[in-house]
Ligand binder design. Structure first.
Ligand SMILES: C[S@@+](CC[C@H](N)C(=O)[O-])C[C@H]1O[C@@H](n2cnc3c(N)ncnc32)[C@H](O)[C@@H]1O
Length: 147
């Protein structure tokens, strides 16, 4: 089980990027990424959820039906759990430790898949993208209905 971020790393990252984030942009970037996408009521997979900032924002600000945050690092997941509790989104956000490799979900299990600053951790980008399309529903998600 990996544990790549210590308290000092996390404190530095959060000082730069904001509470719950290990990458730039914060809640505003999450809103920008999902602009034009129907999120309300949908099930969302957050791959490499880190400290949970995006998972919380997707639940709290975008009103997702369910957010499933997964990460290979138990340390950041523990911190994400604290953020979920602090924001009272425990009914909507589930956090789960996974091993590196194929996403451990059946096909078309989620409506939407989100990841930020995670793809760079994968050696086989094609495999990751194929896996994301495998677990994502084929149903149209854009708010204008174009797919
Ligand atoms: C730079 S951090 C970004 C975290 C979060 N998405 C954010 O933007 O704040 C990258 C995250 O991806 C996770 N990660 C790396 N490889 C992974 C894999 N194969 N599956 C799931 N998560 C992974 C790391 O543990 C880390 O939490």
């Amino acid at each position: 089980m990996s544990n790549n971020y210590d308290e000092s790393n996390i404190a530095t990252m959060e000082m730069i990027y904001g509470e719950g984030y290990l990458s730039a942009g914060g809640d505003r970037e999450v809103a920008r990424i999902f602009s034009g996408v129907k999120v309300a009521g949908k099930s969302v997979l957050d791959v490499g959820c880190g400290l949970g900032g995006a998972a919380v924002s997707i639940a709290r600000d975008l009103d997702a039906g369910h957010v499933h945050g997964v990460d290979i690092d138990q340390g950041v997941l523990s911190r994400a759990a604290q953020l979920v509790e602090k924001n009272n989104v425990g009914n909507t956000v589930t956090l789960c430790h996974i091993e590196p490799g194929p996403l451990p979900f059946p096909g078309q299990h989620f409506d939407l898949v989100h990841l930020t600053a995670v793809a760079c951790h994968f050696e086989e980008l094609d495999t990751l993208i194929d896996d994301i399309f495998r677990v994502r529903s084929l149903e149209a998600a854009w708010s204008d209905g174009t797919g």
